[in-house]
Design a protein around this ligand. Sequence first.
Ligand SMILES: Cc1ncc(COP(=O)(O)O)c(C=O)c1O
Length: 428
Amino acid sequence: MSDVIKKARSLLTPALVFHTDIVAERAEGIYVYDTDGRRYMDFSSGLAVLNTGHCHPSIVKAIGEQAQRFIHSGCIFYYPAIVELAEKLREITPRTIEMFFFSNSGAEAVEGAIKLARYATHRQGIIAFGGGFHGRTLGAVSLTTSSARYRRNYHPLVPSVFHVPYPYCYRCPMGRKSGDCSMECLGYLEWLFTHIITPEEVACVIIEPVLGEGGYVVPPGEYMSRLRDITEKYEILFIADEVQTGFGRTGSWFACQHFGIEPDIIVLAKAIAGGLPLSAVGGRKELMERWRPGSHGTTFGGNPVSARTAIEVINIIEREGLLENVRTVGEYALERLRELKNRYPCIGDVRGLGFMLGIEFVKRDGSPDAPLLEKVMTGCIERGLIIVECGVYKNIARLMPPLSTTLDEMQQALSILEDSIKVSLQGG
Ligand SMILES: Cc1ncc(COP(=O)(O)O)c(C=O)c1O
């Protein structure tokens, strides 16, 4: 075992889980090189962060130039990067998103979004979705239900948070089969309003437009539009948590755009600044202006170096035509995954949008097969491909490569994946 891993295990709390035993030395584009010089295709993108790839030259340049001029403000000074970034975000986010609050991480922005919702509406109730992941701080983890493991030993959590089922059709939470469904999962919301909390007391719903950590699930379009209608009917704020789906990952800037949804509030983080810490809450001007001076704040949020880098991330995605690339290469990938599913009964379902692709591994009886996925992932790493898992049972492989991944690279990666599945099945 390498010295770095030995020291990490003695110095860092075991609460922090590393997905691989690779010790990275350098990285470039979609590739990471370890300390022995081995090269890996990084289909994790550092957990959906490196949408423009590792160490993009324009990003390295932007970081250097900004760092030489002005690194930190602490809200003492105004500086151009923060307003230029807000202008850029206004251009690419849905029409309803007009003003921003910058912070450092996804969880912190989720906290900001629910605080804003409560503050602006004077209502307390928050509705989140079963299987959702919104972060680890106490407020965010109160919304997170992708696994009870993340909540264990932290109760009592934030009160007046209620969960309704996410439309995970492959494993329908209401026990329905496709073709035999009248969206009972959505009906559960009305049940909640009748029995648990009246809609007039609910400040917001917060939803991932494609479920991330919970299993890479794309909801039916009809579900999303009917949910939006319900929020409008009761004047409940619609918060889109686009932390994982954002910045082109699904082939449009934001996943809610696939469903024609214009949220009241949007939460952005992960890929926003090409690997530097930055996040944002965006919202309607009229809502944001109800947030009185001092009612929310930050020391580091919107850091000049992160903000300048985020502007460059947007420029690169536009300049290099990465959204089109994700759409075409993503379509090819999904088609090829469907072929794999037809040939390998251990693949129960494949799904996704753009470069957010999920492959669900199952046993003969359809139950989750995490040990098989574990073998497949190990085989992929041995062959130079990094993929990670998701889902409460850890049986879903997620492919989330950088948006610049070419057709040829996608073909290589899927061939490695298939080889690894074959070998893992032979191993019994
Ligand atoms: C949808 C979603 N929201 C929020 C978060 C929390 O982000 P962070 O880990 O930066 O706090 C994540 C992280 O995976 C996420 O996927």
